[in-house]
Design a protein around this ligand. Sequence first.
Ligand SMILES: NC(=O)NCCC[C@H](N)C(=O)O
Length: 405
Amino acid sequence: MVAIHVTSEIKPLKKVLLHRPGKELLNLTPDTLERLLFDDIPFLPVAQKEHDRFAEILKENGVEVVYLEDLMAETISVSPEIREKFIKQYIVEANIHTERWKKILFDYFDSIKDPKELVLKTMEGLNLKEVHVSPENSLVDLVSESDKLIIDPMPNLYFTRDPFASVGDGVTLNKMYSITRNRETIYAEYIFNFHPEYKGQVEKWYDRYDEFHIEGGDVLNINETTLAVGISQRTCPEAIDGLAHRIFKNPKSKIERILAVNIPNNRAMMHLDTVFTQIDTDKFTVHPGIYGELQVFEVTPKGDDILVKEINDKLENILAKYLGHPVTLIPCAGGDRIASEREQWNDGSNTLCIAPGVIVVYDRNDVTNKILREQGLTVLEMPSAELSRGRGGPRCMSMPLVRED
Ligand SMILES: NC(=O)NCCC[C@H](N)C(=O)O
C-alpha cells in the first residue's frame, strides 16, 4: 500500500491518523486556555471514551486507524541517534535555552525507556516538581516556584488534521499560526523523515521551516487536480503562493490549480473546514455565514511562475465549475439562525466523510444531523460532550493517509 494517497474528500477512507487525547488535557488551566486555544477544560476520561468510540466507528466501517503516538514511538525506536536527536530538538522547541536546563531535561526524558511512554510525556508537558534538581546550584531555581509547568502541554494534538495535510501522494508539513501548535509538527517531521513506512515515500509540498503559516484544516482536496485552500485566521496568502510554486514545480504532483478561498477571520470560522465540508459527490455542509459571493482566486502555473486570477462567485457555483456538476449546499441547522450559530460553534459543518454519502458527525448537533438524514446521508453519530470543547469536529480530529481511488 502507498504511504500517502489522498485525492478527494469523499472517496472511501482506507487509513486514517488519530491521536487519543491524553494527559496533556490535564495540564490545561484557566489562565492558559486562551494561549493554548481551548475554550474550556475537557474531562479527560470522558473525552477518551468519546474518542475511542470515534475510532471504533471508523474501524467498524473498514478504516484502518493508526495513532500518532504509536507511529512516533516506532520512529524513535529506529535508532538511538534518532531518539537522542528528537529529545534534544524537542527541548529547544519547548523554549528551553540554558545549557544547564537542556542537560537536566535531556537526562529526564532520556530516563524514560519505553518509547511510547516517552512520546506521550513529550506531549503532556512537564511540571518543575517532576524533575529532580539541586536548587542550591542555581539562583534561578531558588527564586522560581516549584509547582509550575516548565514545558507547556500540546492539548490540540487530537486535531490531527492541522499539523500536516495529505495532498495526492505527498503532504504539506505545516508551519502553524500559533506558537503552541507549531510545536506539534515535530512529530510529523520525524515520522516522514525516519519512520520505515514513510521515509523517502512522501513528497513534501510545504515545510515546517517555511516562513508563512498554513494549517491542514484549510486544505481541501476537491479532486485529483484541484486543491482548495482557505485564506483564514490560520493560513496566509503568502503561504499559498509558496505552496503553489512548490506544488506546480514538482513533476510528481498532479495538482493543476489551487482555489484560494478568502473566509472571515474569526474563531467560529477558523479554518476552511469549519465553514464547509464535502459529504457526498454533490453535497456539502456549510456555515450559513459564507452564503453569497465569496472572494476566490484561481492560482495556476505560468512557466516557472504562477498566475493568479480573481474569480469571485457563490460557493456553489465555484464548486460546480470545478467538480463538473451541480452541487447542493446544506446549511448547518437549516435556516434557523440561533440553532445554526449554536451548532456551528460545535462544528456542525465539520464532518468526516468516509465514503460518498457516509459521514461521521458529533451527536450534539441534532438539528443538523436530522436534516442530513432527510437529505439521504448515512449519518454516524459519535459522542461529543467533552471533545467539542477544543473547538474542532470529526474532520479536525482525523488525517486521512489513504483514500481509495
Ligand atoms: N481543522 C480544525 O478546524 N481544527 C480545529 C482546531 C481547534 C484547535 N483548538 C485550534 O484552535 O487550533
